[in-house]
Design a binder for this molecule. Structure first.
Ligand SMILES: C[S@@+](CC[C@H](N)C(=O)[O-])C[C@H]1O[C@@H](n2cnc3c(N)ncnc32)[C@H](O)[C@@H]1O
Length: 269
């Protein structure tokens, strides 16, 4: 298995930094939206069940088509060799699975999600693609240790009730030397575009969500959960706490989206 390079290899990814978390940087507590929330899984499942049919259209619209590019970037960071075994956790309608199979048609892809309507949408959209769909909880993955060459997730971790448990599961099922790649939104970085970004996130997205999906709540939840989610440095710390080392990340889209890449050490338990 290839080691995680010191720098991202693709041109244009030079801006990625390897963050050493500040001493004592919190990885739990108020910033963790799921901490101690027993009702969250049911609410999340209901919400995605309600918007499943328009989920992809809404993604395209609110990111101006960038979301597919980010998925391709995330898959590129998984470091997969031909025919590798990939797990997509919280796969939804299979956007990351499709990016993986477009990159390597021989990839052996397993897609896990706990919302039946999202899986049904994915099965329909990607009919004929060699994907093993699996209804399961990201906090209790039904796979043996070290089963996959890489594990990816897109916009999952903001939604789980226990980020640390989800990361521990991903670290458990990836092979030693394999990578865990996380694509998710994050609280926007401060900067000249911050007011515009906040207006897009807190006003434009809920409005588009209401028009496109008929569900304003789901797209009010998106900015709320994004603002309450871990900062990239905190995510680095959480991934390290799950035993992934080294961990690197890069922010995208005015700092509202981040890709984190961690590696399970060779010889890890
Ligand atoms: C925002 S969607 C992302 C879908 C897809 N990964 C993508 O890139 O578009 C989040 C998905 O995570 C799933 N999810 C949330 N919590 C989960 C959990 N604990 N176990 C399994 N799936 C979960 C939801 O059902 C939903 O389909």
């Amino acid at each position: 298995m290839k080691p995680l390079p010191r720098k991202w290899t693709r041109a244009g990814l030079k801006a990625m930094d390897s963050v050493r978390p500040a001493k004592g940087a919190p990885v739990t507590g108020k910033k963790d939206p799921g901490a101690g929330n027993g009702d969250k899984p049911a609410a999340v499942r209901r919400m995605f069940g309600a918007i499943a049919g328009r989920y992809d259209a809404m993604n395209r619209l609110m990111t101006l088509g960038q979301d597919q590019k980010w998925r391709r970037m995330a898959i590129a960071q998984a470091g997969l060799s031909r025919g590798a075994r990939l797990l997509d956790v919280g796969a939804g309608t299979g956007g990351l699975c499709l990016a993986a199979l477009t990159r390597d048609e021989h990839a052996r892809v397993t897609a896990v999600d706990f919302t039946e309507a999202m899986i049904a949408g994915g099965r329909q959209r990607l009919a004929g693609r060699p994907i093993a769909w699996c209804a399961a909880d990201a906090l209790h993955l039904p796979f043996a240790d070290a089963r996959f060459d890489a594990v990816v997730s897109g916009y999952l971790l903001r939604n789980v009730a226990d980020i640390h448990q989800a990361l521990a599961e991903q670290a458990r099922v990836v092979k030693p030397g394999g990578r865990v790649v996380i694509l998710d939104t994050c609280p926007p970085a401060k900067g000249v575009f911050h007011p515009l970004v906040m207006a897009h996130l807190c006003w434009v997205v809920p409005m588009l969500g209401r028009i496109v999906t008929g569900d304003r709540d789901a797209y009010t939840y998106l900015p709320q959960s994004t603002m309450g989610f871990l900062q990239p440095a905190q995510m680095v710390a959480a991934m390290r706490a799950a035993g992934l080392l080294p961990v690197r990340h890069r922010r995208l889209m005015f700092g509202t989206v981040a890709i984190h890449v961690g590696q399970r050490p060779e010889g890890g338990q």
